[in-house]
Design a protein around this ligand. Structure first.
Ligand SMILES: [Cu+2]
Length: 323
């Protein structure tokens, strides 16, 4: 059914404006290229948009263990280092504004199910998005691993959610929708803590198209943003109380946020839909035929809204087809 909606029109080699993770730093120390060794790296840097897809958890290939674990002490500062096409480049297109959220789960091969706990989040602070800060910081996003965390193997999952096309819900308009960039790293935690992350969050059921932080119109005026998912875990203990949501994010989303059911309709005119399908589904493996990773092209330049570039346009660089 999904494949009937999509089309294979957009075959052009994709110079996308997306992002993925190169590797981790621990307490300021570069852990080296983690792609395919301790990062369950996807085949490319394309987003996941279908909330029902297993790829929402740890991206395409995310259910496959990789060989290595990064050793970290509980309480360490961890950095995910993101990039666009090459390490240290422009990181991600500036249009891809949105939050950066980090979760942890006790290690499992599949990483699936209600096993996740949120340990860090950064959304919109009133003037800047987490993604703006990520770009300004050369692709590096830092957070602190809870000091109370019990030792053992875990999966750390950090995601960018890009909101440049999320005025509509993906399940109502597959050409649009929030773009998720999940990245999962395998770590082994040492220390004497005993806290076990226990939020039991499941991405495929916990993230919904009714979340105001998932269907969000970034082109409206807004002063706050409600980060999706649970509150940051407070069971971590540690030396200081774990922060709950920042005040700005717990405030109700502004009226600028259209209600999920109305968004696709009311926002329609602002983004004229292309008559030609623009999304390519790559079925990566026969066994994963339900894992439809949306790749390559995204929304064509909205004919009625020339003010924002869509995913693609990167100045002075290889151009990609705008179909
Ligand atoms: Cu993108």
């Amino acid at each position: 059914m999904r494949s009937a909606i999509f089309s294979l029109v957009a075959m052009a080699a994709s110079v996308s404006a997306h992002a993925q993770v190169y590797g981790l730093w621990v307490d300021g120390k570069d852990q080296g290229d983690g792609r395919g060794s301790y990062i369950r790296s996807p085949a490319n840097n394309s987003p996941v948009k279908d909330l029902a897809s297993p790829a929402l958890i740890c991206n395409v290939n995310g259910a496959k263990p990789v060989s290595d674990f990064v050793s970290v002490k509980a309480g360490s500062e961890i950095t995910f280092e993101w990039y666009h096409d090459n390490r240290g480049d422009d990181i991600i297109d500036g249009s891809h504004q949105g939050p950066i959220i980090t979760y942890i789960a006790e290690y499992s091969d599949s990483a699936a199910g209600a096993i996740w706990t949120k340990i860090d989040e950064s959304g919109f602070d009133g003037s800047k998005w987490a993604v703006d800060k990520l770009i300004a910081n050369g692709g590096k996003y830092d957070f602190t691993l809870p000091a109370s965390l019990a030792s053992g193997k875990y999966i750390l999952r950090q995601e960018i959610i890009a909101h440049h096309e999320s005025d509509a819900a993906f399940n109502q308009n597959p050409a649009r929708g929030a773009q998720f960039y999940p990245s999962c790293a395998q770590i082994e935690v040492t220390g004497t803590g005993s806290a076990v992350p226990d939020q039991a969050f499941d991405f495929n059921t916990g993230y919904t198209y009714a979340d105001p932080g998932i269907v969000f119109n970034i082109y409206s005026s807004y002063t706050s943003y409600q980060i999706p998912g649970p509150e940051v875990w407070t069971g971590a203990g540690g030396s200081s109380p774990a922060p709950s949501k920042p005040a700005e994010s717990s405030a109700a989303a502004t009226s600028a946020v259209a209600s999920p059911t109305e968004a696709p309709v009311s926002e329609g005119p602002a983004f004229t839909e292309s008559a030609s399908p623009t999304t390519l589904v790559t079925v990566t493996k026969p066994a994963e035929s339900t894992v439809a990773q949306v790749t390559a092209t995204e929304e064509p330049a909205p004919t009625a809204t020339p003010t924002r570039r869509p995913c693609s346009g990167r100045k002075g660089r290889k151009t990609r087809r705008a179909n």
